[in-house]
Ligand binder design. Structure first.
Ligand code: DC
Length: 234
């Protein structure tokens, strides 16, 4: 099948732990292939922000689930050139950067472990996936959301390398952060995401696993494009 010039729609499921470079890679792949790009982490972050804004206790599973089931969320093309890949609109408010705060980060793992929250998000993601020509990025896209995706990628890197990248990125944005705190938070979040009973973070059996410890973003992208071309030969 010639994936690059394929007349047939196909889907790329791209999973991996936080700061593994999934979003950068996913966006680049989507741009090159002229596909829709959907970062599903944004959806769990938006539910978390809605919960915090409403003053609801994050441990109240029923209340949190009801918020997720009625979430008024829109993902639009970027209206401002401030480094964003999309406008994230929650209840008519632009929350593109607010969903990236430490407060959301601290609570998002718990929110995303609730089964009804996952069901509500999965339903929306599958609807988008069905349209084809999508690069969907997350933790459970290849395993649960789109198990029939034609291409499944799992992008990994050591916790130390991912923490180093996140540290440099935050310092560049002028944030006063410590490497060891970032590493600690990252390990904690990964453990939580990997050990939850529903849709844990793990590669699908038929996923191509790429470890990017010794590769920069460009090398990872070239490697994947090479793999897509290999499919072309089959
Ligand atoms: O990729 P991210 O850091 O923006 O994701 C935020 C959180 O959402 C992360 O702790 C795991 C969760 N998540 C998930 O459980 N399933 C997905 N498909 C995407 C994200």
């Amino acid at each position: 099948m010639n994936l690059m010039n394929s007349k047939k729609d196909f889907v790329i499921a791209l999973d991996g732990p936080s700061a593994s470079g999934k979003s950068t890679l996913g966006e680049r792949l989507a741009n090159s292939l002229n596909f829709i790009y959907l970062d599903t982490g944004v959806m769990y972050r938006a539910v978390t922000l809605a919960v915090l804004n409403m003053g609801v206790d994050v441990s109240d599973e029923d209340a949190v689930s009801r918020i997720a089931e009625k979430l008024d969320l829109d993902v639009r093309p970027p209206s401002i050139a401030d480094g964003r890949s999309n406008d994230i609109i929650l209840n008519d408010d632009d929350v593109t950067w607010t969903i990236r705060t430490a407060e959301v980060e601290k609570n998002v793992s718990q929110v995303s472990a609730y089964s009804r929250v996952r069901q509500a998000m999965t339903r929306i993601q599958r609807r988008i996936g069905k349209r084809g020509n999508v690069v969907m990025v997350g933790r459970d896209i290849g395993t649960v959301v789109l198990p029939d995706a034609e291409i499944k990628l799992y992008l990994d890197a050591s916790a130390e390398e991912r923490a180093r990248r996140r540290f440099l990125e935050l310092r560049k944005r002028g944030k006063d952060v410590e490497y060891k705190d970032i590493l600690q938070d990252m390990i904690k979040r990964d453990q939580f995401d990997s050990s939850r009973p529903i849709a844990p973070l793990k590669p699908a059996e038929d996923a191509i696993i790429i470890n990017s410890d010794d590769m920069n973003a460009d090398e990872v992208f070239q490697r994947i494009m090479g793999l897509l071309n290999e499919f072309h030969k089959d």
